[in-house]
Design a protein around this ligand. Structure first.
Ligand code: ADP
Length: 171
């Protein structure tokens, strides 16, 4: 499995699946979530409403679900709910679960390439370095455990600063 770190807008990535740092309502929000909904078009919100029927109380933190990507270049969007540090969700295990579950969903879809944003490193207030550390730990373990289907995992970072942190942490 190849691992790449890029700076840019995740909504432009032509990969099989992009991961959305959603909130548990799945009804869209700010940051990358808003950008993904705008780029995918209104059908994405309708698809999220359908998913919500299975999770009336909202998608729990650390879980991941897939919808189609609609107008996006990517075939699927995998929505995961990162822990919100401002709400006292400080357990790195929850963040690790976001990455792990998203990879598992990608694999179950037969995706060969997947792109991640810096989950929880924006509005949810986590330290960028901590997010990057957890992200690489999970993705490398997932790759080491043998995931023949998944060939490429990208981290697509919006700012030069975040890109530098991810490059630093990746060693
Ligand atoms: P969270 O609520 O999980 O913290 P945010 O969307 O606020 O999610 O931020 C997560 C990261 O996504 C931040 O580093 C933010 O700068 C970044 N981001 C925002 N828009 C995009 C985009 N279009 N592509 C990639 N990353 C983005």
């Amino acid at each position: 499995m190849r691992l790449e770190i890029l700076q840019g807008d995740i909504t432009t990535r032509d990969v099989d699946a992009i991961v959305n740092a959603a909130n548990s309502s799945l009804m869209g929000g700010g940051g990358v979530d808003g950008a993904i909904h705008r780029a995918a078009g209104p059908e994405l919100l309708a698809a999220c409403r359908e998913v919500r029927k299975e999770y009336p109380g909202g998608l729990p933190v650390g879980r991941a679900v897939a919808t189609p990507g609609f107008n996006l270049p990517s075939r699927w969007v995998i929505h995961t709910v990162g822990p919100n540090r401002h709400a006292g969700q400080t357990d790195p295990g929850l963040l690790a679960s976001c990455f792990r579950e998203s990879l598992a969903v990608a694999e179950s879809l037969g995706a060969r390439s997947v792109a991640f944003p810096a989950i929880s490193a924006g509005i949810y207030g986590w330290d960028a370095r901590e997010v990057a550390t957890v992200a690489f730990d999970v993705v490398r373990n997932f790759g080491a455990d043998g995931s023949p289907a998944l060939e490429l995992v990208e981290f697509v970072l919006f700012s030069p600063e975040m890109t530098t942190v991810f490059r630093d942490v990746s060693g």
